[in-house]
Design a binder for this molecule. Structure first.
Ligand code: ZN
Ligand code: ZN
Length: 342
């Protein structure tokens, strides 16, 4: 354990310098930013040009159930008429809280008990958290609860005033299916950009030492650790990248609430430590916790452009970084080889 911690520390310290050294070399940071702008710009143009035909078939499918959602919303809207703030907090606090703690309650059960084996066999770092250290977990939970209730709670109030000033998030009509999809795509792009750069900033040695080191205490993360962070980091790196999209686009409460739930569940999956069948792969961010200086973003787009996934792409974890569509754990189908440095 101590050897591993020392080795991790060396990688951690060397890593920050190493990555910043690379970025200023040939094809430096500015060049990468231009490339990122080009790729993201092209993506937006592509969506604008082909978005309609891409979603037309989905829209037809949605049409049958579209009325169902509008009727449901109308009932809520009428029930809460004149109480927009209550409706807003129900959507942006209660629903995401249920999504986060619901998924994490299941994961915590597995982490604490080390059972059932049909889940634990999908563990990424096989020798870790088996079961999780109770004292370390208790300490993390205190911080997670503080961040979730106090910091995220306060941010939701701020967002309510910003969105009310910007428009009417609790309007009587739901957004169209096309618009909701476009919004979710825009939120995701913005999250990738804001999370990647703020996260890399927190890896600058001086900021890392005071703020981000806390999140990296978990070299093998578990679900709740997704919001185990210094409060300042929680605001800048976790909350701002997620709430900026709905505020900038003046979104409806329905898409905002859905987006918060998606963001919280997907960060939980990224940290959960199990590569489960038919769920998004958590290998990318798990590798970030293992190696510190790789895989800073959410989707890996900016890591590819900035070359901050170079070691990841040579690893076994990269080979396993795929949607698992069978019940055979990837540790078995793609086992570790004898070679070191994977
Ligand atoms: Zn993390
Ligand atoms: Zn980090």
């Amino acid at each position: 354990m101590s050897v591993e911690t020392a080795a991790s520390g060396a990688r951690e310290a060397g890593g920050s310098r190493g990555s910043s050294g690379r970025q200023e070399g040939p094809g430096g940071l500015w060049d990468s930013v231009k490339k990122a702008g080009f790729v993201i710009g092209s993506g937006i143009l592509f969506l604008a040009a082909f978005g309609n035909s891409l979603t037309w078939h989905l829209q037809r499918f949605w049409g049958a159930s579209g009325d169902f959602w509008q009727n449901l919303w109308t009932k809520l809207y009428v029930a809460y008429e004149g109480h927009d703030a209550s409706l807003f907090f129900l959507g942006t606090m209660l629903a995401p809280t249920l999504a986060f703690w619901g998924s994490n309650a299941l994961l915590l059960w597995v982490d604490i008990t080390g059972t059932p084996s049909f889940i634990t066999r999908y563990r990424i770092q096989l020798d870790k958290n088996n079961p999780v250290d109770p004292a370390k977990l208790r300490q993390a939970l205190k911080c997670v609860l503080f961040n979730h209730v106090v910091i995220s709670g306060a941010m939701t109030v701020v967002v309510y005033y910003l969105m009310s000033w910007r428009g009417n998030p609790c309007g009587p009509e739901l957004p169209t299916f096309h618009w909701a999809l476009m919004e979710l795509a825009a939120f995701s792009i913005l999250e990738e950009i804001l999370f990647y750069y703020s996260h890399r900033l927190f890896h600058q040695p001086s900021l890392y030492k005071h703020y981000h080191k806390q999140h990296h205490e978990w070299t093998a993360p578990i679900g709740v650790v997704s919001i185990y962070a210094h409060p300042l980091e929680h605001v800048i790196s976790n909350l701002l990248p997620v709430v900026s999209g709905p505020v900038l686009l003046g979104s409806h409460l329905s898409t905002t609430s859905l987006w918060y739930c998606v963001a919280l569940v997907s960060t939980t999956i990224s940290h959960c430590g199990y590569h489960l069948p038919f769920l998004p792969s958590p290998e990318f961010h798990d590798f970030h916790h293992l190696r510190f200086n790789q895989c800073f973003g959410v989707f890996g787009i900016l890591d590819r452009l900035h070359g901050t996934d170079s070691k990841f792409r040579q690893s076994k974890q990269y080979e396993r970084h795929t949607l698992l569509t069978s019940f055979t754990p990837l540790n078995e189908s793609i086992p570790d080889t004898q070679k070191k440095g994977q």
